[in-house]
Design a protein around this ligand. Structure first.
Ligand SMILES: [Zn+2]
Length: 150
């Protein structure tokens, strides 16, 4: 047995940079314990950092995912409904429509349109791209020839 197992900590599923024990203590491997946060309903959770994003997980869900059914109840927390958790995650993973991808892109405004000086992310704003080449920045696979045959 290695020292990680001896101390009761196991690597957290989905978050290999972190480890946790059956008490619900979560920490970065080789780092400090994560701060326990509380939802508006008082449910404790922690926020992992993965791919430069914060990913929040309820501690009772982490306990059951990493130690099996009953692990949340064993420390006095309500057992999560894992079927519901699974369904919610599948909904969140659904691919977005082209429209919402465009909206996401617009959140990452990094420059100013070289045509009309509006904030934009890709040299020109959507309107100016449409004016210049006949399609917006979301439709990069189509060329002028595809649209107009020349
Ligand atoms: Zn513009």
């Amino acid at each position: 047995m290695n020292s990680v197992q001896k101390s009761g900590f196991v690597p957290v599923k989905e978050f290999p940079d972190y480890e946790m024990n059956r008490e619900g203590v979560v920490r970065k491997i080789g780092g400090p314990q994560l701060t326990v946060l509380y939802s508006s309903t008082g449910r404790p959770y922690v926020a992992f950092r993965k791919a430069r994003k914060n990913r929040s997980r309820s501690i009772n869900v982490l306990l059951v995912e990493n130690f099996g059914p009953g692990a949340a109840e064993a420390v006095g927390m309500p057992e999560p409904d894992m079927n519901r958790v699974k369904t919610q995650r599948e909904l969140a993973r659904r691919p977005r429509s082209g429209k919402s991808l465009g909206q996401d892109a617009r959140i990452g405004i990094t420059s100013t349109c070289h045509g009309c000086k509006k904030p934009c992310i890709n040299y020109y704003c959507d309107e100016c791209w449409i004016e210049k080449r006949g399609f917006g920045m979301d439709d990069t696979s189509r060329t002028h020839a595809d649209l107009y045959g020349n």
